[in-house]
Structure formats: C-alpha cells, structure tokens
Design a protein around this ligand. Sequence first.
Ligand code: GTP
Ligand code: K
Ligand code: MG
Length: 437
Amino acid sequence: MNDPEAYPTIVALSSAPGRAGVAVIRLSGSRVRFVLETFAGVIPEPRRAALRQLRDADGEAIDQALVLFFPAPASFTGEDVAEFHVHGSRAVLARLLVVLTALPGVRLAEAGEFTRRAFEAGKLDLGAVEGLADLIDSETEWQRKQALRQMEGALGSFAAEWREALLQAMSLLAAELDFSDEGDVSGPLQEQALALAGTVLGSLRKALGSFAMGERVREGFVVVLAGPPNAGKSSLLNALAQRDVAIVSPVAGTTRDALEVRLDLAGLPVILIDTAGLRDSADPIEAEGVRRARNLLARADLALALRGIDSEPYQMDGETPVLRLATKSDLAGTPLPGELPISVKTGAGIPDLLAAIIERLHAFGRSEPALLTRERHRAAVADAIMALERAVSAEHGQGELLAEELRIAVLALERLVGRIDVEDVLDRLFSGFCIGK
Ligand SMILES: Nc1nc2c(ncn2[C@@H]2O[C@H](COP(=O)(O)OP(=O)(O)OP(=O)(O)O)[C@@H](O)[C@H]2O)c(=O)[nH]1
Ligand SMILES: [K+]
Ligand SMILES: [Mg+2]
C-alpha cells in the first residue's frame, strides 16, 4: 500500500464543484507529507486544523487554507490523508489541482478511488461501502437513516454473527463425525449444530422480511396515476408535485408519454408517474401511450385509480394494490363505496389522500431501518436460507450432507459482505461514486 508505483497519491475535489464559500481538496497516499511540506510549509499536528498560506513551487501564493493531516493508518483510506479547505472559487481550485498533479507520483483520483482504498485497507466492508454510496445519494429521511445504519456496518455485523454461529455448528458436526466411523451417527453434537442452524435460519428470514421496504426506500416507491381520459390524472400530478409538470386540458387523451416526479412523503421517497388515459384508441400514438400505462401499472407498488365524480365507474384489473379516488369532488356527483373524494380545484381531500398513500406504503414494512436494501443482499440471504432449510430438514444421521449445506450457507454470507466474489460488485458500485469519494 505504500508502494508509490502501485498506489500513486491521489487528489480530488471532495466537495461539490462550482462556486462556494469553502471547498475541500483531499489527498491520499505516500506523497502526502511531501505535499504538505511543499505547499503548506508544514506538516500540521494530526487531526488539528492549521491556517496556512498555500504556495506553489515558485513561492507564489495560491490561497489561504485550513490544512488537516490524518496520518496512516488512522485515516479514511488507511494511508496518509490531507485535506485543504480552501475558498470555493473555480480559479483557486483549478490552480491548486494543476500544481498538485504536476508533482511526480500525484494524480487525480478516479470515481470512488478513496473509498476503494478504504475498502482494500479493511476500513469498510462491502455493506458499509454500499451504505456510504446510498448516504451520499440520500434525499429523504428514511433514505438517510437506512443508509447511515448500513454505512456504520449493520449488515456486516449481522453477517459476522450468522457466519460465526454456522462455523461453530460445522465444528460440532466435525467433532461428531470424528466419533463415528461410518459418518452416519446422529448424536447430541449434531442436535446442537441443528439448533444453531435453526436460530440463524430464523434471523435470516427476519432480515429477508425487511427487503421489500429496504429496496423501495433505497430506490423509491413507484406510484402510478391511472384511469380513463380526463379523470384528472395530470392535474393531480401537478398538485402533488406543486409544480406545473404535465399538460392539463379538457381534451380527452392529452397525456401520451409517462411523466414522473419525485416526491418526499413523510420521509419516504416516491416516484409518482402520470400516464395516458386508459381507453381503446384508434390513434396509434395514443394506443402506445395506453400500452405503456398498462405496463407501468403492472409493476407499480401502488396504483391511484382515478374516476371523475361526474363520470361512469370503470373496472381496473391486475394485481397491483389500488387506492380509488373520486376526482373533481367540487362537481355534482357521489363517491362510490371505497372511493376517496378529492378536488384539485379546491384542495379538498388532498391531505387525506397523502395520508392514505403513506399508510399504504408502510404496508411494505414498518420496522425501520431495513437491513437488506439491494437485490444482491436478497439473493445472498435467500441462498443461505435455502441451504439451511435443506440442512434442518435432512434425515437424521446425514452428518456429511448437513455439513455441506452449512458450508454453502457460510459462502453465501461471505458473498453478502464481500469476503469473496467482490470485484464485479465493486466495479459497478464505484463507477457510480463521485470523484472525490
Ligand atoms: N372542476 C374540476 N375540474 C378538474 C379537476 N381536476 C381536473 N379537472 C379538469 O379536468 C380536465 C382534465 O384534466 P387532466 O388533468 O388533463 O385529466 P387527465 O386524466 O390527465 O386526462 P388525459 O391525460 O387526457 O387522460 C381539465 O379540464 C381539468 O381542468 C377538479 O378537481 N375539479
Ligand atoms: K385531458
Ligand atoms: Mg393527462
């Protein structure tokens, strides 16, 4: 890790680009002390801010900066790390990055490279890296809480406990097998091993139960506005987004393309999608819009089925959970049983609608924050569960089979936290990171 060839010192703007009061430039690697001496004239006391004038090699001032030094190994990456807190001006940042990268052995960081080094130094496990990525992307309260817990290693510590228990079960089985010459004797040690596996199985099932919520909190709940033309779908989208996003008109068949807005509903991230009014149309463009609407509806987490209170009832089929709305409640008409009356014109019923949507979304899981948040997590835990289910249902006396299933479950848990098969996951993950992270 200290080899400057294999690990050049990396530098990047770690705060957001553009004009700002303060910007943070971060460096990591074996040349950090040299950089500090050269540009700041001093290596500050570890973790203490020092106000310094930064000067280039000719002694010309670049900016005043707060300078921080985090010596290896107690740093984010495990290497020597420095931060320059400078004025967030494009000219200061451009000049500083030019002079820093002009030094031999110093280059600009790639996306996620600081975090990759932290991972390689064992500072973060895969779950924590994923949590960090999610925290940076988080926009709502639920997303922030879930990501923070994951960044702090929740998944890693659960996985370590499960793995520990299964390894213990495996050693009990091995001891049992040593006592028997046929490898087919069931005894008290096997019973103990099975009990351990059963406990882990219960805990894994509980974690799996958190996935539906965890994934949706991470990616957003998909809520689709559906109903016949002119039911008021686009009007409702605009009202909920509090922006003029979609075209509204009295012409039936106005909306063709699906339009989406992101909402924060009591901390839950929602992707609200407006769609073409559902009807048989001879117009090929409108018909395509209706086809897309039906597809979106089929994979939505919740459908808002709209009917104008002055219009005919209509049938909406499919598996998607539905909340029924009678729109335009300011006009003459009566809501049908089960319909919530709303009016975009007067605002009547809109707070009730929001409360009803939030209530429906909570049906995906009430306990927060979730432990499993990505398909990758679900797949690994499901594999471990299947192996343990086979283990606990094995015939008595099949000690070797049992051990094999436990081994499969342990491997799945090692995949979960990135002990094995990690490269592909990392490449995909880091390509989505910002440059200075
Ligand atoms: N009185 C009244 N009119 C409304 C209300 N909401 C929508 N409208 C009117 O109903 C008409 C249709 O509204 P849209 O929002 O375009 O309906 P839509 O369901 O998106 O229609 P398509 O995109 O054609 O399927 C427009 O003239 C709206 O002004 C309401 O709450 N009260
Ligand atoms: K319309
Ligand atoms: Mg519309």
